[in-house]
Design a binder for this molecule. Structure first.
Ligand SMILES: [Fe+2]
Ligand SMILES: [Fe+2]
Length: 275
């Protein structure tokens, strides 16, 4: 008898038809399987809802945490909300589908390797993953503009009503820390955040100046502090498993067709997190 598994995937980027087909092929192995979707489903609001609806209909539970692409406001999207308002609309849509979000009570995985609190987080980034020699955001950003490695978030990810993306990040970190502090001390966690919660995974980026859009130093010890059995992330499009302080970090991205075609493994394989 197969037993339920907690699986994860991210960076589905379904604006690409090939990636949409990958999503259509995702199926549980057991009726009780859960699926973590760690952000970057797509950019268009209706696309994100399409994918989450399909997956929610197949898996016993879907747990979603937003990526930067869901938070963009593309000019051609009929859904025109920006920043926090757009995020709230995504949360509402998830609730209608029965998909767990960072705004809901964290579900508890009771299957094999459990119990563990499955905590989708939305923490964003604050430009603190800077290159050596860059002491301020202004410096780091100026260098990125010089080299031409600038994240599209600068144009399409509005922080409204916050004055900046980093201020939105700091507010999220504050609220989230309180919620994680309230989890009973005996319970391990699975921390899910689109952006890696420690800096180390960004050290192998081809363009190191991109790291400033990849996380915040403020969460550097959270995997220890909040007893993570695993820390799940994406965003880098460098799928792999690494360990920091003995904690397993899983980068679970599918990535763009031009990226997954280069890999030797078939795209869209679900990563086993627990169970
Ligand atoms: Fe992505
Ligand atoms: Fe991303």
């Amino acid at each position: 008898m197969p037993a339920p598994t907690l699986f994860a995937i991210s960076d589905l980027h379904i604006a690409y038809q090939e990636n949409r087909e990958i999503v259509e092929s995702l199926r549980p192995e057991d009726d009780g399987d859960w699926l973590i979707v760690a952000g970057d489903v797509g950019e268009m609001f209706a696309d994100v809802v399409w994918a989450l609806r399909l997956l929610a209909g197949r898996f016993a539970k879907v747990v979603w945490s937003p990526g930067n692409h869901e938070l963009w406001t593309p000019r051609e999207d009929p859904v025109t909300e920006r920043g926090e308002a757009r995020y709230r609309r995504l949360v509402e849509a998830c609730r209608e589908l029965g998909v767990a979000t960072p705004e809901d009570e964290y579900p508890v995985w009771d299957g094999a390797d459990g119990p563990a609190v499955v905590a989708p987080l939305f923490l964003l980034y604050d430009y603190s993953f800077r290159m050596p020699g860059h002491t301020t955001k202004e410096q780091a950003l100026a260098y990125a503009y010089e080299t031409g490695v600038v994240c599209t978030d600068e144009i399409l990810l509005y922080p409204d009503p916050y004055p900046s993306r980093e201020q939105w990040c700091w507010a999220r970190v504050e609220q989230t820390r309180k919620r994680l502090d309230a989890i009973p001390a005996g319970l391990p966690t699975v921390l899910i955040n689109h952006w890696p919660m420690v800096r180390e995974p960004t050290r192998i980026l081809r363009f190191p100046e991109f790291a400033q859009w990849c996380g915040t130093e403020l969460t550097a010890d959270w995997h220890v502090r909040f007893r993570a059995a695993a820390s799940v992330y994406g965003h880098l499009h460098i799928p792999r498993t690494t360990y920091y302080d003995g904690v397993r970090f899983e980068e679970v991205s599918v990535g763009y067709p031009r990226e997954w075609r280069r890999r030797g493994t078939p795209p869209g394989r679900l990563r086993r997190i627990l169970g």
